[in-house]
Design a protein around this ligand. Structure first.
Ligand code: G4P
Length: 529
């Protein structure tokens, strides 16, 4: 029991969110470097070499040099066992990206200092807020010309609606980047362009009161720093760990992942400020991570990782206790069937390995013969319960899909339903028309290609897709609403999901506002339960 508690207490499970190119990969590499998990940075998924953490997944991944799935990396640092959940960017952005955040206990938000908050950060941030998880900000690329620091903080507060508390403060930027000032110790760590890939540079630590500081960074920088600190102390929110843990206050750090500056400072503070795995909500109340019985929920299903077999891997987040390879667990949503989790896998830096044991906070992938669905609970012990479900996230791209060969309707319906069950796409139908037309919604456009590829390769069905102009979908929260009487805009479309729930499609956000105005009391939601 004591061992179990010790193992769980040292776990930190977090996701890194950012807009593409802000430096998420570079920062992850530097973290791994500190943990000794890799020897040289640049090997996590160097875009230039198109080398992948896992190379044998889908052909699409190989062809395009991108990773379709979010991966999990585990490494040890300073007596902590760290699980980093990667959230893919660019066009491979998908519902999986959102779901990954369901498995994390906190998030690190990487922001490009010259750009501030960008579109994708905003989207991912919304999910973090929905879960009230702590969010830590790393403002990256300080070695390049940055926007004014106060302006950057203002941008985060206004755009994302979260208070910020700088833990350190940058001195200059770009060619004139001098280092960061630690508000707690009142010391400055000077910037030195450390060799890429090395752990430590010749950074110097010096007190703000040290007379040598002027010689080191120049009088004008010392004066500016003093002015800014005075302004900051008067204006910024005070550090309050309680507010941080509720996701209401984001500690902010500055650095340059590429030159490896400020990364270890961030990591050290971050690990102290975040908590070990927290209790998770279930239908019998909160489940403590320290509970001896094992429990977990499935947050992602990855199909066809091995092309020779049509198998799937179900990724689960362990929420309590310890997992032992081959242990027997109850699959709650599978009529309480008892089963053994086979081939449990974990990703250590670049290598996929079979795990013998894992603890609350860890993520494992198990072989799935087609029985798991997103959100399913698995537990050992006599008490049976279900973890709170994972919401359905609003797709942003829609297409009408038909099979080319009408004789293959059966395979088409089977294939598209199975792919939807894995959570890669969402399928809808016209409301009330009785037409058999299928509308597919996806969070990221790449999923359309994945759908086409998989239907052709796995189900032998060729499809034709016609893009639809809708960009917004809303679930109707108040069930008493009579959809036939609902007055929308001319571009609005009424549809239903597989469970028969009514939904509305809109071309733009203005139409959503209009529809809400015209139907008093109507409640629309971006997340489906
Ligand atoms: P992402 O995962 O968030 O998409 O970003 P990634 O780390 O791949 O970084 C995007 C680009 O920004 C990369 O350059 C990377 O080298 C650069 N970068 C990351 N951190 C810093 C930093 O602190 N300072 C500066 N100046 N650049 C940074 P690239 O040329 O697009 O890719 P690559 O060819 O170097 O891999």
């Amino acid at each position: 029991m004591a061992d179990l508690n010790k193992e769980i207490e040292k776990r930190r499970t977090f996701a890194i969110i950012s807009h593409p190119d802000a430096g998420k990969t570079t920062l992850t590499e530097k973290f791994l470097l500190y943990g000794g998990a890799i020897n040289l940075a640049g090997s996590v998924k160097g875009k230039a070499t198109a080398k992948h953490a896992v190379s044998d997944w889908m052909d699409i991944e190989k062809e395009r040099g991108i990773s379709v799935t979010s991966s999990v990396l585990q490494f040890n640092y300073d007596n902590y066992c760290i699980n980093i959940l990667d959230t893919p960017g660019h066009q491979d952005f998908s519902e999986d990206t959102y779901r990954t955040l369901m498995a994390a206990d906190s998030a690190v938000m990487v922001i490009d200092a010259s750009k501030g908050v960008e579109a994708q950060t905003r989207k991912l941030f919304k999910v973090c807020v929905m879960r009230n998880i702590p969010i830590f900000t790393f403002i990256n690329k300080m070695d390049r010309d940055a926007r004014d620091t106060f302006e950057l903080l203002d941008d985060i507060e206004k755009e994302l609606g979260i208070s910020t508390c700088p833990i350190n403060w940058p001195i200059g930027s770009g060619k004139e980047f001098k280092g960061v000032y630690d508000r707690n110790t009142k010391c400055i760590t000077t910037f030195s362009d450390t060799q890429r890939g090395t752990k430590e540079g010749a950074a110097l630590e010096i007190s703000i009161d040290d007379s040598n500081l002027t010689n080191l960074i120049g009088e004008s920088f010392v004066n500016t720093l003093n002015d800014e600190i005075e302004l900051l102390d008067g204006a910024s929110a005070e550090f309050d760990i309680e507010l941080v843990s509720q996701g209401k206050l984001s500690p902010v750090f500055f650095g340059s992942a590429l030159t490896n500056f400020g990364v270890e400072i961030f990591l050290k503070h971050f690990l102290k400020m975040t908590s070990s795995p927290l209790p998770r909500k279930s239908n019998i109340g909160e489940i403590s991570p320290f509970r001896e019985d094992f429990s977990a929920f499935v947050f992602k299903i990855q199909a066809n990782m091995n092309k020779a077999h049509r198998d799937r891997i179900a990724f689960m987040r362990i929420c309590s206790g310890k997992f032992d390879a081959g242990m027997e667990v109850t699959h709650i949503q599978g009529q309480n069937k008892k089963l053994r989790l086979s081939q449990p896998q974990q990703l250590m830096a670049q290598e996929r390995k079979i795990v013998e044991e894992a603890y609350a906070g860890d993520i494992i992938g198990v072989f799935d013969p087609g029985i798991f669905s997103i959100g399913d609970t698995l537990c050992s012990g006599s008490e049976k319960f279900e973890f709170e479900g994972i919401p359905t996230f609003a797709p942003e791209h829609f297409a009408r899909v038909r099979q080319v060969d009408t004789m293959k309707r059966k395979q088409f319906v089977k294939g598209i339903n199975q792919i939807a069950q894995e959570g890669a796409i969402q399928i809808f139908q016209e409301y009330n028309t009785g037409m058999e037309e299928i509308i597919v919604g996806v969070v990221g456009v790449l999923q359309f290609e994945v759908l086409k590829y998989r239907l052709e390769n796995e189900y032998n069905v060729e499809i034709r897709m016609e893009n639809l102009p809708y960009e917004h979908i809303r679930w109707i929260e108040n069930k008493e609403v009579d959809l036939d009487k609902l007055v929308g805009t001319s571009d609005m479309r009424k549809i239903k999901d597989l469970k028969g729930n009514p939904l509305l499609l809109f071309v733009n956000s203005w139409s959503i506002g209009m529809t809400l105005d015209r139907n008093k009391g109507l409640k629309l939601s971006e997340f489906g339960r």
